[in-house]
Design a protein around this ligand. Structure first.
Ligand SMILES: [Zn+2]
Ligand SMILES: [Zn+2]
Length: 334
């Protein structure tokens, strides 16, 4: 096995490195800058060129990073490593690992839908594919993003006409910038939480277009009340901090809304169904396109997906996510 799960995360013994390690390690290969993949404290980091500034912002300016352009390889102890676009967020990468003629690809998070804020997902062929499966159920099929962006613009317009502010809950890295890009032709000013604002220069330097954006300070919220669109991460509890300063409507933007929308009462606005992960169709197609001899699923419940692909004749199994030292020893004994 070129890569195996350990308590610290996916490990390549031949190259002595971890991919998206869960703990401090000597050498960390990072698929993208989301906090469940890029963690503090490792000695050395290897990532894609576009991920580097995002990683420095999140993990510290002075961390030791080697960054590679997509498709350019480096060698660690004879193991050839290269990054290839995953289409998830800016800088997100699949990690291709080749050793003595054997090729493994670790997908990281990925999506196959178009997204102007990052390079499109690149199908790779390999012997073994380790795929995420966040939305590995047939119910998850994303609508055309443009359909959802039209819904967003109509919702915002209706709120403005009613004298209401519009609050969007979205992750600060990736989703928020994707929403901003969808509104790039808007004449209106968009207010964003400071966490979102801090990532924008890196997108702008990659040529991503945005509308006029200002920080969602209390002063700006009052100044633009009755017309503002405010984007903030769910954890910031923006609605609570708005208090009595203005009247507002809120909406969240997530793949999980596909399920939630069926549960909501009819008189409540449904969230937008836009995800930065592959839907069922995207997962099935991406996995089949690798022509891998074996596929391991991780980062989600892969039970339905692995059954479906196994029936198609593929060799697919779930990789244990939170492997403990005890269970690792047990699996080595048997
Ligand atoms: Zn992610
Ligand atoms: Zn993730």
């Amino acid at each position: 096995m070129l890569i195996r799960p350990t308590p610290s995360g996916l490990y390549c013994e031949q190259g002595d490195f971890y991919i998206d390690p869960k703990r401090k390690v000597n050498r960390a290969v990072i698929t993208h800058a989301h906090s469940d993949h890029a963690r503090r404290g490792s000695e050395k980091y290897l990532c894609s060129k576009s991920s580097e500034p995002l990683l420095r912002l999140r993990l510290g300016k002075s961390i030791s990073i080697q960054a590679l352009e997509y498709g350019i390889s480096t060698s660690i102890c004879g193991v050839i490593i290269s990054f290839h676009p995953a289409g998830h967020i800016l800088g997100s990468a699949q990690v291709r690992i080749a050793y003595k003629g054997e090729v493994w690809v670790v997908s990281g998070d990925y999506k196959t839908y178009p997204d102007p804020t990052c390079a499109p997902f690149e199908p790779l062929s390999c012997h073994t594919f380790i795929s995420e499966c966040t939305f590995g159920y047939p119910i998850y099929r994303w609508p055309d993003p443009n359909h959802e962006w039209n819904r967003l613009e109509n919702w915002w317009k209706t709120n403005r006409e009613a004298g209401l502010s519009s609050v969007i809950n979205a992750y600060s890295l990736g989703k928020a910038q994707r929403i901003l890009n969808a509104l790039k032709d808007s004449e209106q000013t968009v207010l964003v939480h400071s966490a979102i604002l801090s990532f924008l220069p890196f997108y702008i330097s990659e040529g991503v277009l945005f509308p006029k954006v200002m920080e969602a300070t209390p002063e700006n919220i009052i100044r633009y009340r009755d017309q503002a669109l405010i984007i903030s991460p769910p954890s910031s509890r923006m609605e609570k901090s708005l208090g009595d300063s203005c009247s507002w409507q809120s909406l969240d933007v997530s793949g999980w809304n596909q399920i939630r929308s069926q549960k909501r009462k009819k008189n409540l606005p449904n969230g937008l169904i836009v995800s930065d992960h592959a839907d069922w169709e995207g997962l099935c197609q991406a996995i089949q396109a690798t022509e891998a001899e074996q596929t391991f699923l991780t980062h989600g419940d892969g039970s339905v997906l692995s059954r479906w692909l196994t029936e198609k004749g593929l060799s697919v199994s779930q990789l244990p996510e939170n492997i403990s030292t005890a269970s690792l020893h047990a699996s080595q004994i048997h």
